[in-house]
Ligand binder design. Structure first.
Ligand SMILES: [Zn+2]
Length: 364
């Protein structure tokens, strides 16, 4: 019999000694709200449409009907015999009707075990190449993020008091590294030691209350404040960019870049085909043009006329654009002139811990 004073971490580590997981709800207990189609394919397991990665503002402002209680709810499931390493999303939300019959784990994610597929989160959901604009959803495989943005907190005390409240509610989902409260702004940032616990907590605390009957808005923080992880992430992204160039570059782009380089070196193009090939097949369809940066500076340096700026639509896919962007940075570092696309690539969201983009906090 585990005593009530045992910490959640201890419970997670003693998974082998756990009793069978209890069924958190009876089938039909939870009022099923019709899931709006936001994707292409309906996923019964997650009760949502896959591929859209979007949640409507209504569901984000309705208080969750259930909440997971690790002490009462955690236990053994079929996953403990089949070896499935992923957690049950319904368990995290407090509404799995299957209990010990569930095919997924009904325990906190074990931070010491590596998930079999790093492109998935601890619930086996596919991560995306980038975050959603509102920083909700599953998150990105391009960056390790252990920090949650927690909005719509009803503050009733001082900053340190709010921090205690946040800590009491969020430590249930894993070991916390640090909490930062923005007093008078209804916002806290919670950093977990492990990314998997942050993933779990994000689902467990979505639309839950702290002490004051609020409906929390839990999203990914835009930037991990840990400088070490920033550096290693930067290095990893650079490597990915280099591989993308080697693997995904369209031969036509290689030709186009050769032409650009020739212009930089002062060679006159001996045919017009290069430029024509880059013309948009459907002019005006989309305004994703490859802008020539620093065009004026360019004109001072070269005595030949500027060619029509090449356009992106239909020729460059997103990966190639990323590659070009990376290539441009390399060239800038080497001090070479800069004639590669910049504005065609959406700028990375680098708002730091700013609150813009999370939405739905100012309109309460
Ligand atoms: Zn389950």
């Amino acid at each position: 019999m585990s005593s009530a004073t045992e910490t959640q971490t201890t419970v997670a580590k003693k998974v082998k000694k756990l009793k069978p997981a209890r069924k958190q709800v009876k089938p039909g207990d939870v009022e099923k709200k019709e899931a709006p189609q936001t994707g292409k394919e309906y996923n019964i397991w997650y009760n949502k449409w896959a591929g859209g990665d979007r949640e409507d503002s209504y569901s984000n402002k309705t208080k969750s009907q259930t909440r997971c209680n690790i002490k009462k709810d955690a236990g053994l499931t079929r996953a403990n015999t089949t070896g499935v390493k992923y957690c049950c999303l319904f368990f995290a939300r407090g509404c799995c009707p299957y209990g010990w019959e569930c095919e997924y784990l009904h325990t906190l994610p074990d931070a010491s075990t590596q998930l079999p597929d790093t492109s998935k989160d601890c619930f086996a959901r596919d991560k995306f190449s980038d975050y959603r604009d509102d920083m909700g959803g599953v998150g990105s495989f391009a960056r390790q993020n252990r920090t949650l943005y927690v909005g719509r907190i009803k503050e009733t005390g001082t900053g340190p008091e709010t921090e205690e409240v946040v800590k009491r509610h969020f430590k249930e989902w894993g070991e916390i590294e640090k909490i930062r409260v923005l007093q008078y702004r209804s916002v806290a940032f919670v950093t977990y030691v492990s990314e998997q616990n942050a993933q779990f907590a994000k689902e467990s605390m979505a639309c839950q209350s702290l002490d004051n009957d609020e409906i929390l808005n839990v999203r990914w923080a835009t930037e991990d404040p840990n400088p070490e992880s920033k550096v290693s992430e930067k290095r990893r992204l650079e490597d990915m960019g280099r591989e993308a160039i080697q693997a995904k570059m369209d031969p036509r782009i290689v030709d186009a870049m050769r032409a650009v380089r020739a212009l930089e070196d002062g060679d006159v193009l001996n045919d017009d085909v290069q430029v024509e090939e880059l013309e948009d097949p459907e002019p005006g369809a989309k305004r994703r043009r490859l802008e020539v940066e620093d065009a004026e500076q360019e004109e001072q340096e070269m005595d030949i006329p500027e060619p029509e700026p090449p356009k992106a639509t239909g020729l460059l896919n997103a990966d190639t654009l990323e590659s070009l962007k990376y290539f441009k940075e390399i060239r800038q570092r080497n001090g070479t002139a800069n004639v590669l696309p910049a504005k065609a690539v959406p700028p990375p969201s680098s708002t730091g811990l700013g609150l813009a983009g999370y939405g739905s906090d100012d309109d309460d």
